[in-house]
Write a protein that binds this ligand. Sequence first.
Ligand SMILES: N[C@@H](CCC(=O)N[C@@H](CS)C(=O)NCC(=O)O)C(=O)O
Length: 217
Amino acid sequence: MTGKRVLYWATGSPPSWRGRIALEEKGLEYTAKLVNFAEGENRSPEYLKLNPRGQVPTLVDDDIIVNESLGIDLYLQDAYPEPSFLPGGKEVHARVYQRFQESQNVLAKLIEIMHFKMRHTNASEAEVKEKYQVLKDELKFWESYVGDGYMAGPDFSLADVAVGPPILGVKLFGGSLEAFPKLAKYTEKIEACPSFQRVCEAYKNSNCLGKELLSGF
Ligand SMILES: N[C@@H](CCC(=O)N[C@@H](CS)C(=O)NCC(=O)O)C(=O)O
């Protein structure tokens, strides 16, 4: 064991936030290494050896390499069980696993809109509205799921590590959650966690594109 733990990430990347939040919540020491897309670092031969898709995040934990944000979160829960991201018993776990997987819908729809807006800067208002509606329809599910506590019950879990970032992303990328009062309250709650605060600050202090990308949402 050399104790080397590195998370390759990007400030404006909700999948990367998933990795950082999990590491922070586990209280693990690590180095966060920014991957500069503009300079093509994610396509460099060295990086492609770590992540053949050229994507972030990638976790290197000594001699173990993990790609895919949800894979990283599961790996960390498995390798470092405490503090646990799996509170409660079987019944709660069933909900946690479901929401964890289901969070991919929010992430995919968020990323699709962001790509659309970046590529179609001249899109009409109607086109943008139609795209926004897809994400709004998705968020309706989550508005109905979230209670007074976290996304899968009263305690913080893998579900929050997975879905917190894309939901918070709506806000950080300039959208409004006014139409989703429970989600608005939920984002305030997770934003108060030091782990989420750290990624929010890093994003806000970066010169990352996208801060107004969801304006009018
Ligand atoms: N399924 C991947 C998605 C990761 C992803 O889409 N990362 C984006 C940044 S948000 C990326 O690296 N894009 C660069 C590329 O695909 O070339 C995960 O969850 O880790």
